[in-house]
Design a protein around this ligand. Sequence first.
Ligand code: CA
Ligand code: CA
Length: 144
Amino acid sequence: MSASIFLTPEDEQEVVAAIKQAELETSGEIRVHIEGHSDLDHFKRAVAVFHELKMDATAKRNGVLIYVAVQDKSFVIYGDQGINELVANDFWNTTMDTIQSHFRAGQFKEGLIAGILKSGEVLKQYFPWEEDDVDELSNDISKS
Ligand code: CA
Ligand code: CA
């Protein structure tokens, strides 16, 4: 499956809208990156993409990347150090389970949207939205 049929343009708009909605509750910044295949270990690849997208440049180091390798049927949730300093290692488990169950059923858009909204919920416990919030990272889906 190619990255282009993974989500239709309409699906993508809904995913972007979910990011926007999630970021209304938290100062954290959520991004989605989709690609077909990576030869790298997916966690390492997600970390590399995180840096390529300059997601480590947020003021509170609270960026979260949802990385998807479509052909490899794999995804990673990677949060920046500001989050990892505050939360347990299993912080993302329920979010990962949510995405996983949708993806297994072939519900890619639904999985991403549910994962994004859940990420927003967990982020807001530690990084609530603030009056002077800035949209530090684009909400658009990144692809390669
Ligand atoms: Ca923000
Ligand atoms: Ca954003």
